[in-house]
Design a protein around this ligand. Structure first.
Ligand SMILES: [Zn+2]
Length: 92
């Protein structure tokens, strides 16, 4: 039985699934399996309802719609501030 083409899975199942990897209190990375669709186990932020909301509910959400508009507004504000400061200096 030494030439069995099907290698028995002895220790591969845990390492192949990917580990949570969060730093535990002992300093070693957590060896628990991550929650499906998450990168951390249920003890380290992978639980249902934990973490930031996805999509537009997330503060870091980028849709790109207002990019040009916001840039133009900022430019206008800067110019207006500059102008007002100049007016103030010449008036005073
Ligand atoms: Zn963990």
């Amino acid at each position: 039985m030494t030439d069995n083409p099907v290698r028995p899975v002895d220790n591969g199942t845990l390492s192949q699934a990917g580990r949570c990897g969060a730093k535990t209190r002992s300093g070693a990375p957590c060896k628990s399996a991550p929650v499906t669709g998450r990168r951390r186990c249920r003890m380290h932020g992978g639980a249902d309802g934990s973490g930031a909301p996805s999509g537009s509910r997330n503060g870091n959400y980028k849709h790109g719609r207002y990019t040009a508009e916001v840039a133009a507004t900022r430019r206008w504000l800067r110019e207006a501030t500059h102008m007002l400061r100049k007016l103030n200096e010449s008036a005073g």
